[in-house]
Design a protein around this ligand. Structure first.
Ligand code: FMN
Length: 169
């Protein structure tokens, strides 16, 4: 699949098969994640690769929107390091760029994924911090659930009306 096709056909998938993901695909997703841009090239993001069922269940129980982890064999937690980048706005933006790279790589590899939000929700951040015993400088920003799709999502309409502005707002 070329890059444009990957971007245009990516969708959030929330139902997964339990089929394990080959290490080669996981490594490629990690490589693509690490290729994301970052403000001032500080590269402040850490990834926690979660493939133990016990931990996937713990995230699912702690997060109100993570039910899809009951079957998904993999979650990747994207965290920012405030010792590397003290500006929380940049951390959020850098981790968002990395999250999107993960979702696009996932889709290009014939897998599927969904972004699970953590940033700006103190209670969700606290739960993830507790499960993974994160030090104070490591801020969990987002989680991606990844696996083989077990659903075909309904078509979604993208809003274009009033959103595209040429040369003036
Ligand atoms: C910052 C952010 C947080 C999100 N959090 C969640 C979430 O917690 N649970 C979830 O199921 N989807 C979450 N999503 C996915 C959106 O619901 C999804 O991208 C949107 O409905 C558009 O659908 P699409 O991804 O198929 O284009 C999140 C997306 C973003 C960008």
């Amino acid at each position: 699949m070329d890059a444009i096709q990957t971007i245009l056909t990516r969708r959030s998938i929330r139902k997964f098969k339990e089929t394990k993901i080959p290490d080669k695909a996981i490594n490629k997703i990690i490589e693509c994640a690490l290729s994301a841009p970052s403000a001032r090239n500080q590269q402040p993001c850490h990834l926690i690769i979660v493939n133990e069922r016990k931990l996937l269940n713990a995230i699912m129980e702690a997060h109100p929107n993570a039910k899809m982890l009951d079957k998904a064999p993999l979650a990747i937690i994207i965290c920012g390091d405030t010792n590397i980048e003290p500006n929380m706005d940049y951390i959020a933006l850098d981790c968002a760029a990395m999250t999107q790279n993960i979702l696009l790589a996932t889709h290009a590899l014939g897998l599927a994924g969904v972004w699970i939000g953590v940033y700006n929700r103190k209670e969700r951040e606290a739960e993830i911090r507790k499960i993974f015993n994160l030090p104070h400088n490591i801020i969990p920003i987002s989680i991606t659930a990844i696996g083989y799709a077990d659903e075909i999502p309904a078509p979604i309409e993208r809003i274009t009306e009033g959103r595209i502005h040429y040369n003036k707002f």
